[in-house]
Design a binder for this molecule. Structure first.
Ligand SMILES: [Zn+2]
Ligand SMILES: [Zn+2]
Length: 310
């Protein structure tokens, strides 16, 4: 009897015709903010989603301003090509000080919002103060976040620092052209900046119909990962799907029995407006279910950090 190919195998056969990488969209943050607002009503973390919507709005405004960012130099480009490494590796590329200017601008936008809750306002004001008077502290926290040193992370400050790093790296990535990125980069990390994905999305319509893309948690680039493959360890044999009984059928957790990790996966044919960051954050109940099933989140949503387990 002839064996029928799985969807993953069919996709592998046809890999040459698939667009491998999509650089960040210029309105990525405003799409995120809108989706967060749409998801907020009746969500168990409604107020938090609305706060992050305000943060994403501030990110969009700062993203659209003129910043002079360091261009990719020939040495970086040659090294990336020679070693098959992301050209703007977040853990090894020195950050230009302009990222702290972007950070200050994001916080200034937030402070103008009259609806900002009082404890958040105090936190944002203190961060603003530290950028000016204690930049080394901010840099150390940024290093800890980019290197996933969870025990060093201040969870209340992390979403704001990450927001600035996202704007900085999204601008760097947006300035690349696809030809500058090596054809093969390590599995499971962003081809532009080497960061882990926040979630993955199965596309709808056109040539990308039913093709799955991972979204970078830092620069928002999206890259192709064959379906029914663990986005964390690349295993294909012990992948399973979980969803909430009362939840959307377009939102699932893709778990892996090989590495015991999971990430969310969104299906645009069933949840048309799913957004990689917003829908991940708004489906915290699914994370609780996965924790009960003894699976670990592969990495944090950049807008929501949990304290390292003692
Ligand atoms: Zn990236
Ligand atoms: Zn795995």
């Amino acid at each position: 009897m002839q064996r029928i190919l799985t969807r993953g195998e069919i996709e592998t056969l046809d890999r040459t015709s698939i667009v491998r990488l999509m650089l960040p969209k210029p309105n990525a943050f405003s799409i995120r903010a809108q989706r967060l607002r749409d998801l907020a009503p009746d969500n168990p973390i409604q107020d938090y989603l609305l706060l992050i919507a305000q943060l994403a709005d501030a990110q969009q405004q700062v993203f659209e301003q003129e910043w002079s960012l360091p261009a990719l130099n020939e040495t970086q480009l040659a090294q990336a090509q020679a070693h098959g490494m992301p050209p703007f590796s977040a853990s090894s590329t020195p950050r230009n000080d302009v990222w702290r200017e972007m950070f200050r601008a994001i916080l200034a936008q937030l402070l103008q919002q009259v609806t900002l809750p009082e404890p958040v306002r105090a936190n944002v004001a203190q961060l603003t103060n530290d950028i000016r008077n204690n930049p080394e502290l901010i840099e150390l926290q940024a290093d800890a976040l980019l290197n996933q040193e969870l025990e060093e992370i201040d969870t209340a400050r992390a979403p704001f620092i990450m927001a600035a790093l996202q704007v900085y790296w999204s601008q760097l990535a947006a300035g690349l052209n696809s030809k500058q990125i090596p054809a093969h980069t390590p599995f499971g990390v962003c081809p532009c900046c080497g960061s882990q994905p926040v979630s993955s999305t199965v596309m709808l319509g056109g040539p990308k119909e039913q093709i799955r893309y991972a979204t970078c948690s830092l620069c928002s680039s999206q890259w192709h990962i064959v379906r029914v493959t663990c986005t964390h360890c690349e295993d294909t044999k012990k992948v399973a799907y979980h969803s909430l009984e009362e939840g959307s059928v377009g939102i699932k957790a893709e778990s892996c029995g090989h590495c015991q990790h999971y990430r969310k996966i969104f299906y645009l044919d069933k949840e048309q407006f799913a957004e990689a960051f917003a829908d991940d954050l708004a489906s915290l109940t699914l994370d609780i279910l996965m924790g009960e099933a003894q699976f670990y989140r592969a990495n944090n949503n950049p807008y929501f950090w949990q304290a390292a387990e003692q």
